[in-house]
Design a protein around this ligand. Sequence first.
Ligand code: IDP
Ligand code: MG
Length: 138
Amino acid sequence: MQRTLAIIKPDGVGRKLIGEVIKRLEANDMHIVAMKMLCMSKDQAREFYAVHRGKPFYEGLTEFISSGPIVAMVLEGENVIERYRALMGATDYRKAAEGTIRREFATDIQKNIVHGSDSPKSAAFEIGYFFNRFEFIN
Ligand code: IDP
Ligand code: MG
């Protein structure tokens, strides 16, 4: 069993896509074992996305992710890191496969509705960033 961090970004929350995203997780055997809605500060966003520091999109990305409420979730399932990445689709929605969340709902390479950890190492860091051990249902 594997865990990953999923986020519905401010564009997804603002466009009332929380239910749409969660429906797809539940339909694909990804179990929500922790969940919260919150707003990130700019400093928290900078720390969360530290891996992208120095890239041209870093400033815009941290500004965007701290611009409104997000929903953070921990998903559990077999091979869930890779399976959830596949459900999201490519970072650039124009290159994302048909039927993926980003292909259907993203409007921009930055405003792409969802985030998902990309490896076991990043999942461990990202889950620990948002959740402590008392916040899981099991
Ligand atoms: P990922 O979310 O598919 O893992 P990353 O490369 O980790 O993609 O980038 C993190 C986030 O930064 C993306 O989801 C997107 O919101 C934003 N981003 C990535 N590349 C660009 C870009 O070229 N221009 C603007 N924003 C970008
Ligand atoms: Mg990434």
